[in-house]
Ligand binder design. Structure first.
Ligand SMILES: *Cc1c(COP(=O)(O)O)cnc(C)c1O
Length: 230
């Protein structure tokens, strides 16, 4: 990123990043990105689709996770992941929001979201505010699940609700997902072009409400199924 910024030094620019990358579940190095943005005088935009309700002590996302004092210029997210509703949002300065209201193509001449969907999103935010321990439960579940996978010989590690189990082989990933479905474990196979070639994986999406027993059982069954198929 720094090499690119140097290459275009003096230009107007916007660094765009996911907060949590949707396939590998890894977290963007936002403190460093913000530093670079400052040094090279460009703006920052962060997509928190898989970060809202997931990262941070109270689920407030990546800025809470890193304890950042300053916000990215554009902080956007969806209400379709942890908040279990639909739609999205953009946060920024009044100037930016006014600009978006007047020029964003998806905003002008489009029907707004249904009131019921918005009420659901509002309620989800309310629940998260009242019960920040839900975010902590999710983080704890990630630790349990990864530990269990490792105990069964699967090299998998994640800090977020997305836990990739890299298998490389597409056939193996598809077969494993189908076999696990038969065993009542729903985990999706991800392959090219969603991820790079030879990076096929099973992608687990954890919930705050998964129990420790469920996670242990799932990890054990996933490991056994992969071993059988190899
Ligand atoms: C899911 C996702 C979106 C889109 O969210 P929708 O609510 O489905 O439109 C945008 N960005 C990222 C990174 C996502 O994972």
């Amino acid at each position: 990123l720094e090499a690119k910024l140097q290459e275009y030094a003096g230009c107007q620019g916007l660094i765009v990043t996911d907060a949590v990358f949707s396939m590998d579940g890894d977290i963007a190095n936002l403190p460093r990105i913000m530093e670079l943005a400052k040094t090279y005088h460009v703006l920052t935009m962060v997509d928190e689709a898989h970060s809202t309700g997931v990262l941070g002590e109270t689920g407030r996302g990546i800025t809470e996770h890193f304890g950042l004092a300053e916000m990215p210029d554009i902080l956007m997210g969806t209400m379709s992941k942890a908040l279990a509703a639909e739609g999205g949002y953009a946060c920024g300065s009044q100037l930016l929001i006014d600009y978006l209201r007047n020029t964003a193509r998806s905003y002008i001449f489009s029907t707004s979201l249904a009131p019921a969907v918005l009420a659901a999103a509002k309620q989800a935010l309310q629940l998260l505010t009242e019960q920040p321990e839900m975010a902590q439960a999710l983080q704890q579940n990630t630790r349990i699940f990864c530990q269990e996978l490792q105990a069964h010989g699967i090299e998998s590690n994640s800090e977020t609700a997305i836990v990739p189990i890299i298998l490389h082989d597409e056939e193996l990933a598809l077969k494993a997902a189908a076999a696990l479905r038969q065993k009542n474990i729903y985990i999706s196979a991800i392959r090219y072009p969603t991820v790079a070639k030879n990076h096929a994986m099973l992608r687990a999406a954890l919930m705050a409400t998964h129990t420790e027993d469920e996670l242990r059982h799932a990890a054990k069954t996933i490991a056994a199924t992969i071993k059988e198929l190899k």
